[in-house]
Design a protein around this ligand. Structure first.
Ligand code: F6P
Length: 334
């Protein structure tokens, strides 16, 4: 165990923490854990508001233990967040590194998705020590089996889809429900299984929606299985869900409605899973810094918290879980 008087400890006296990109439920739990663990290890903490955008604006505040009281249960991020195009430029990156140095920030903890990690990588090349924590509802970070916010988002989608099924059944409609995920289908696959969706459409299928096949499935369910509803969960990366619903109605004569769940999936009180993983990852980030390990992405892999070199982590890709795809396809058949 490292102690207060060795060189590594002295290397990181002050840390900065920011959240970047789309917010995700559980980010507050991660901020809280970073702040409290750092303070427990004798470090000072600066909160950077509004992600890299705020860093470039020098929107930097001191954070103490009490500042992160009563936040673990709240969605969103108390540090606020932003998407920052300037951080994609060499000029922006150099300015951000210079600001970290100006404020005596020895190391920066970045909570966000892979776009945020790409910014962190550039900062690391400019001499800023960084640790990245995966925070995105999309679960689309290659190196990790878990990202902060995914569990809450799936549960939020699941509850919403249960409600839509009620009204869909009363009206004997087809419901096309679009969930978030950018170009990944993880939220769609999980909520589709959890809701017993008749069909799940994923961008990973890599082909146009087979409308004839879909119409066959709807007829089959209606006539042979006597089912009064038909739920189609569509990942946003698949295409226009309103157009799909209109096409289904035109071809089948069955009333069809599209619902885009949208940003409700990004809000709400985080689940216990998100709170616990986010707390563990925040703690782990400071452990790494204390041990003199920098420029890493924290991951949850095969049941353990681990860390990867940022470049290595960014090069990893994630495919949709083929086993769960088989589960979904099999158990939705009537
Ligand atoms: O990355 C999280 C996410 O919610 C995606 O699922 C979605 O495509 C995107 O962000 C929406 O971004 P914005 O809130 O900027 O519209």
């Amino acid at each position: 165990m490292l102690d207060k008087f060795n060189d590594n400890f002295k290397e990181v006296r002050t840390i900065g923490v920011l959240t970047s990109g789309g917010d995700a439920p559980g980010m507050n739990a991660a901020i809280r854990a970073v702040v409290r663990t750092a303070i427990a290890r004798g470090m000072e903490v600066r909160g950077i508001r509004r992600g890299y955008h705020g860093l470039l604006q020098e929107d930097i505040i001191e954070l103490g233990s009490k500042d992160v009281s009563d936040i673990i249960q709240h969605g969103g991020t108390v540090l606020m967040t932003a998407r920052c195009k300037t951080m994609m430029t060499a000029e922006g990156q150099q300015k951000a590194a210079a600001i970290c140095k100006k404020y005596g920030i020895d190391a920066l903890v970045v909570i966000g998705g892979d776009g945020s990690f790409a910014g962190a990588l550039q900062l690391s090349k400019l001499g800023i020590k960084v640790i990245c924590i995966p925070g995105t509802i999309d679960l689309d970070i290659g190196c990790t089996d878990y990202t902060i916010g995914f569990d809450t988002a799936v549960n939020t989608a699941m509850e919403a889809i249960d409600k839509i099924r009620d009204t869909s059944t009363s009206h004997e409609r087809v419901s096309v429900i679009e969930v978030m995920g950018r170009s990944a289908g993880h939220i769609a696959l999980w909520s589709g299984i959890a809701n017993g969706a008749e069909t799940i459409l994923l961008p990973e299928d890599g082909k146009e929606v087979d409308i004839d096949d879909l119409v066959d499935q709807i007829y089959h369910t209606r006539k042979r299985s006597k089912k009064r509803n038909f739920i189609i969960v569509v990942a946003e990366g698949v295409g226009n869900s309103a157009e799909l619903a209109a096409k289904i109605e035109e071809l089948t004569g069955i009333e069809s409605r599209a619902t885009i769940l949208g940003h409700m999936q990004r809000g709400g009180s985080p689940t216990a899973t998100d709170r616990v993983h986010a707390s563990a990852m925040g703690y782990y980030a400071i452990e790494l810094l204390e041990q003199g390990t920098f420029n890493r992405v924290i991951a949850f892999k095969d049941g353990n918290y681990v860390d990867y070199d940022i470049e290595e982590a960014l090069a990893m890709t994630k495919t949709i879980d083929p086993f769960k795809v088989k589960v979904a396809k099999t158990v939705s058949k009537k």
